[in-house]
Design a protein around this ligand. Structure first.
Ligand SMILES: [Zn+2]
Length: 167
């Protein structure tokens, strides 16, 4: 997976070939609401159908995507953690990666999977940083690769002999 469909910075335009645009605002974020409003205006200006789902949850994303017809595009805007979970839900519900755009508004905090204890936790760090697993305490390096399937980053064991050290 070269293109994960995760976008930051400049707001990407909608795909004008899509007939129906499902616009999800996640994470109760003002920036996300602005982005979704921009997309909705673009869709309407292009004569397309836009369905705006404010304050969407992963469950709502699943629900809408499952009811969506062919030709639909899924656009998600929100803080990274919530946006990634929503994107993973859309993927699991059957939407193709090329039909999904995920715009990340805030970059603090990621969802990190620990291969040691198998738990997923939220950490306030960026890929490349070394953090302690919230469950088992093992030091993990956040790999830059995003698992689009699970919406998490994978942690790699950074310290071969974890102790009970306290930072
Ligand atoms: Zn762990």
């Amino acid at each position: 997976m070269k293109n994960s469909g995760i976008v930051t910075g400049t707001v990407p335009p909608i795909d004008p070939t899509g007939r129906i645009h499902l616009l999800f605002c996640v994470g109760d974020c003002a920036d996300a609401r602005t982005v979704v409003g921009t997309w909705a205006a673009q869709a309407l200006a292009a004569g397309r159908v836009a369905t705006v789902v404010p304050a969407a949850t992963a469950a709502r994303v699943t629900q809408f995507v499952q009811q969506a017809r062919a030709g639909s595009r899924v656009l998600i805007a929100g803080p990274r953690r919530e946006a990634m979970l929503a994107a993973a839900a859309a993927r699991a519900a059957g939407v193709l990666p090329c039909e999904t755009t995920t715009y990340v508004t805030a970059t603090e905090g990621v969802s990190l999977f620990c291969p040691h204890c198998g738990r997923t936790g939220d950490v306030e760090a960026e890929p490349g940083a070394v953090v302690a697993c919230g469950s088992c305490g093992l030091h993990l390096e956040i790999r830059p690769h995003l698992s689009g399937h699970h919406g998490t980053y994978l942690g790699a064991v950074a310290c071969p002999s974890p102790g009970k050290e306290t930072p």
